[in-house]
Write a protein that binds this ligand. Structure first.
Ligand SMILES: *Cc1c(COP(=O)(O)O)cnc(C)c1O
Length: 388
């Protein structure tokens, strides 16, 4: 029988969470009370004022037609205003911004839009797996850039071999970073843009966590002078407003790259539902709403619970400056998979093995701060009983 599966799917990196998934399902089937600190999906509901606007817009029949594919004018206006107020960056609403069906969709389609087969894409390791999948789907070559603790989880751009840089067309960056929680400062973005200019590379900066931060306010790469010649930035409403299921975000920056992305999208999808774009307009116009502050306070409380407990276990961990993840070294002598399996087997707490984000994540694990403080405390009490 024919196997209806294209070869390119065989080129995707192996899915390392299979084993953890299997163990988790087994434990649940055995009646264990499993606490899932694996998935990064906000547990709080979408704020009321956004849901109310959606209630209203869904009644409007004009919103039931094909959407404004490149972006509803109101959503684009609100996103331009957000960029000005939050980052002091003035975007051209006609050419420098496009709505996407969640930033994952935009990121996934970008290599098809800007990279030719055989060209190289620079990708952070550890990193969000979509960068690599999208690169492979476009017939391009992934080149991984190591992120390490001793370089503040930033890639060492000087370590990229010159032949690799010469063949590179695109570089993905992601700050605040998933999985490490690191924030990049403007000085790093300046270096990155200078590198992009020197080698004629487009930077795609994934800013999904730009509003989920604690002590430091994350900048936009588009704050760098001249960045719009070499960068696009992806923004998402998913994490800021607990809207992961709504699928809405936007891409901003370089006009030719935005036009190319729109050309791919015109051929493959028709953009986000207009009612969702209008509810998102309400959200982004109120990015500093009390409900966003309240959400950050929840993550902050949980961050303290987790980091204090890990320190008690003699696991040295740094508090993340942003995002809702704690990224930590495994106890000495454990691989990521050994440690995560042991914790799941012995106390029913699910964490993600760091090597699931790339080889440079080996020896680390990730905890998502997306269960309530009581459950978080319970999880960490259990972890403290594990001996290693
Ligand atoms: C959650 C996440 C996104 C995706 O967000 P959507 O807008 O929901 O598609 C993108 N990048 C990173 C690093 C994420 O963790």
């Amino acid at each position: 029988m024919t196997n209806w599966r294209a070869e390119r799917l065989g080129q995707l990196p192996p899915y390392l969470f299979v084993e953890i998934d299997r163990k988790k399902k087994e434990a649940i089937a055995a009646g264990k009370d499993v606490i899932n600190l694996g998935i990064g999906d906000p547990d709080s509901p979408t704020p009321e004022f956004i849901v109310e606007r959606m209630d209203k817009e869904i009644q409007v029949s004009a919103n039931h037609r094909y959407p404004h594919g490149a972006g509803h004018p109101d959503f684009l206006d609100a996103s331009v205003a957000f960029f000005d107020r939050r980052f002091g960056v003035k975007l051209n609403r006609a050419s420098e911004i496009a709505a996407v069906i969640g930033s994952k969709e935009g990121i996934g389609h970008l290599p098809l839009a800007v990279v030719n087969p055989g060209e190289t894409v620079l990708i952070p390791d550890p990193g969000y797996p979509v960068y690599t999948s999208a690169t492979i789907f476009a017939g391009a070559i992934p080149h991984l850039m190591a992120l390490r603790a001793d370089n503040a989880w930033l890639p060492d751009l000087d370590a990229i071999p010159s032949d690799v840089a010469a063949n590179a067309k695109l570089m993905f960056l992601n700050y605040p970073n998933n999985p490490t929680g690191a924030v990049a400062d403007l000085a790093f973005f300046e270096k990155a843009v200078a590198f992009a200019r020197k080698h004629d590379i487009l930077i795609a900066h994934d800013a999904a966590y730009s509003e989920v931060y604690f002590e430091v306010t994350p900048p936009s790469i588009l704050q760098v002078d001249g960045a719009a010649d070499y960068a696009v930035e992806f923004h998402s409403l998913s994490k800021t407003f607990n809207m992961t299921g709504w699928r809405i975000g936007f891409a901003a920056g370089n006009a030719t790259a935005i036009a190319a992305l729109k050309a791919v999208k015109d051929n493959l999808d028709s953009g986000p539902f207009d009612a969702i774009q209008l509810a998102a307009t309400e959200a982004i116009s109120n990015y500093d709403h009390v409900s966003v502050r309240a959400m950050i306070d929840l993550y902050l409380e949980r961050r303290e619970i987790v980091t204090a407990a890990l320190n008690e276990c003699a696991i040295t961990v740094e508090k993340p400056a942003a995002s809702f993840y704690v990224w930590s070294k495994c106890p000495i002598g454990y691989t990521s998979m050994d440690f995560v399996s042991k914790v799941l087997d012995e106390v029913g707490v699910v964490m993600i093995p760091g090597n699931g984000f790339g080889n440079c994540g080996e020896g680390y694990f990730r905890i998502a701060l997306t269960v309530n403080a009581d459950r978080m405390r319970e999880a960490m009490e259990r972890v403290k009983t594990v001996s290693w």
